[in-house]
Design a protein around this ligand. Sequence first.
Ligand code: PLP
Length: 456
Amino acid sequence: SLLRTPDFWHKENSKRCYEKAKEFLPGGVTANIKHFPPYPITMKRGEGAYIVDVDDNRYIDLLMGYGALALGHGHQKIKEAIEEQFQIDGTHLFGTPHEKEVSFAKRLQEHMPSLEKIRYTNSGTEATLLAVRLAYAYTGKKKIAKFEGHYHGGFEEVLYSITPTISEAGPGENPHPVPESSEIEAGTDEDTVILPFNQIEDCKNILRRYKDELAAVIVEPVQGGFIPASRSFMKQLREVTKELGIVLIFDEVKTGFRTGLQGAQGFYNIKPDLTALGKVIGGGFPFGVVGGKDEIMMESSPNKGKDLFDAQTAKQAANKSDVLFHSGTYNGHPMILAAGHATLDVLEHEYHDTEKRTNQFRKALEDMFSAYGYPMITVGTGTIFSVVLTEKERLINYRDFQKTNLQLRKQFDYCMLREGVYTKPLNRYSMATVHGDDVIESILQSTERVLQRGGL
Ligand code: PLP
């Protein structure tokens, strides 16, 4: 392999790239999440479990595109699928219906039967946005409820209380909406209600108070991809939203094909009304899916599902404002659906082994931290988890997580970067099929060196 392992931290070129990038990109980045001090590391190539930076340092990648790469970098099956699609459709895009739109929808539905009808989008954010708009259209109501600490992408209604400081976030049983973005003024939050995760009685009180105005509750069933809802919380959240006529949206952008092949809805055995998916199913390309109950999804159907052959009636129906607008030049992109099919081809065979290796890895990390006297738990489900430095045995929500030793975790991450194990500091570990036993052993050796040095 052309790749080489670094035994020291050498990043002069990364630093230069960052200085150059700042001339053209605000903060030198194209997404704020890519930034971290003193400057982000610029990568130039990836291969399987590895990525290489512009200084030729090689890292084992545990970020995996924020969880999107379930097969690692440059998987042969994805390459082949894309090349084959390119042969069929050299322009990349038909702009018409095509067969893979249906075959991929059918395949997703086989894994998640709650997806009675499906629409494609170009990102997870677009998927959660469409899900929320479908709920507005279906219920005729105007507010949504989201959980404190949950992330659903970058549009106004959900840009509240993702990373609030506890002092501004109000009481734990009834959190205040805290704007997450500078252009949103405090006090403009009347359409977003904040719920405390894993606190069902408090949630029920809030939901009952706002039931006549709430179109939807949107939830990450596993917060941030790592803190799971309790089974009883999820069951009761399903029951109470059904009772109050509120659409329950599962944001499975992270958990889809990571918390099992049936996603979090399979893990909890709960049928949400709507589901948003993204990340893994795009095989590394920009993609999103909204699926759910037929009668809600049909809000976006031109002609509301009637087959209208009569041109005049069709025109009238299409112009009617009771059809929810949903369109997009790239929706159902054939290349991405080809990559999605290839990803599922592999995962259907290799997911369970990856999950098993993830669990063994988690156990080995916990044992190792414990042996060196650092209280630590791994928190997660399926093939995604986080290393949490705490004396607690479990976490239930954002406020709990904020009380853990985030500073020490950050130090650990920087030490691991120096060792050639990559994650954005404080991020989750997203495992891929290419993290075999040898790769995991190598991460464990790096971990042991860091703990041994006591550099934390
Ligand atoms: N929802 C969740 C749970 C996510 O984790 C993310 C992205 O991290 C999104 C939505 C937004 O997806 P995207 O970044 O593809 O817009």
